[in-house]
Design a protein around this ligand. Structure first.
Ligand SMILES: [Zn+2]
Length: 212
């Protein structure tokens, strides 16, 4: 929030503080996040009335959700069947087990973590960057993946940690978050969209913003 005064909606394109030079005619700038938003969406929401900050914040959430849905559709991301996700994760049991048993260092996210460990980056604390969001599976997917992996493998993870620096460097939950969850998410995205691992990693990266 810029200052104590209520931020005013910028309805006229001419006095736009936006970084873009031209505001499209039927767009306005969201007073909260300064994204360009359909004016019609705002008019429908505000019913032409002036909005206080709470209303503006609500509007901001609404337009973000709407644009996420549009992106979701346009990009061809699948509908997530949440009730089936746990079962799908469990079907990757053997593969995840092999990662914990030593194959993790050969994976994409395993090597990334290994490089960070070797370079001595943030030895103990995980940065937010390290919590690799599983793309359109979002936080909800991340929780379920983490939970299910820990349920299946906490004993094995504890056993392997003293033998494997990759697992022990940030504690085994750090390893789960930084390696196993993103590797699993890539496999799920591959299944969803019939993609190569590399393409699925791209989708995972691109779709971070739209996940629940
Ligand atoms: Zn906004």
């Amino acid at each position: 929030m810029p200052d104590a005064a209520l931020p005013q909606l910028v309805l006229s394109p001419t006095n736009s503080p936006s970084k873009s030079t031209v505001v499209e005619p039927d767009k306005i700038i969201c007073p909260i996040c300064e994204d360009l938003v359909d004016e019609e969406l705002l008019q429908t929401f505000s019913k032409g009335l002036k909005m206080d900050v709470a209303r503006q914040a609500k509007f901001c959430r609404l337009h973000k959700k709407k644009s996420a849905e549009q992106i979701w559709e346009a990009k061809g991301y699948p509908n997530i069947e949440w009730s089936e996700l746990k079962g799908r994760i469990e079907r990757h049991h053997d593969h995840i087990k092999s990662l914990i048993a030593g194959k993790a260092s050969e994976t994409h996210f395993g090597s990334l973590l290994m490089e960070k460990i070797k370079s001595g980056q943030n030895r103990t604390l995980l940065k937010t960057d390290d919590y690799l969001s599983p793309g359109y599976y979002g936080l909800r997917g991340m929780s379920l993946m983490t939970e299910t992996i820990v349920e299946m493998f906490s004993a094995l993870l504890r056993k392997r940690a003293p033998q494997d620096k990759l697992i022990s460097a940030r504690g085994y939950s750090g390893f789960v978050q930084a390696v196993l969850v993103p590797e699993l998410a890539v496999m799920l995205i591959q299944e969803d969209m019939s993609l190569s691992a590399e393409k699925a990693r791209g989708v995972m990266q691109d779709s971070r913003a739209v996940g629940e």
